[in-house]
Design a protein around this ligand. Sequence first.
Ligand SMILES: [Fe+2]
Length: 198
Amino acid sequence: MAYTPKLYTARDFSSLKGLTAISDDQIAEHLKLYNGYVTRTNKAHETLAAMLNDGKTGTPEYQEIKRRLGWETNGILLHEYYFENLTPGGSAAAGTSFEGKAAAQFGSFDAWKTDFASTAKMPGIGWVIAYLDNNTGNIVNVWITEHEMGHFAGAKPLLVLDCFEHAWTAYLKPTQKLQYLEDFFANVCFKTASKRLG
Ligand SMILES: [Fe+2]
């Protein structure tokens, strides 16, 4: 029997409007990019399955699509975490389990936030993820280069920040990353981060 892969369906984030500072147009443009990752990931799976079914797995084309699969798939998954952890005006950290854990580990919630923001200020394109390292139980703020370099295997993403310039250049200049960070924190849903913490 031929292999037929299960494909991704783009989730509907169209209700994500009215964020503080981050314009609706910015989110609309960003969602177009997200949808592109869904389309390309599905195409990659379909092409790889066809090649497997046709006995063409030894080809350079097969290998190049395999190399790209992590990029495309994380383009879906990381955007979904990011959109999910935004809500208009944000949801306060105070009193949440995320705040409690971050404060206990870093000495204060502000120290965690400084570490997260300092990671985000690093030059380059990628993501910042506050990961729960299941081995140590620590929250670790991790820089991800592009979509796929730097992840901790098996770790749980608690808070995800898109640090590609496309995340703010529909409403800010490319040099205004610090403003974008401020705007991100104005809309972070710490309820969601706490729910992920479990
Ligand atoms: Fe993005």
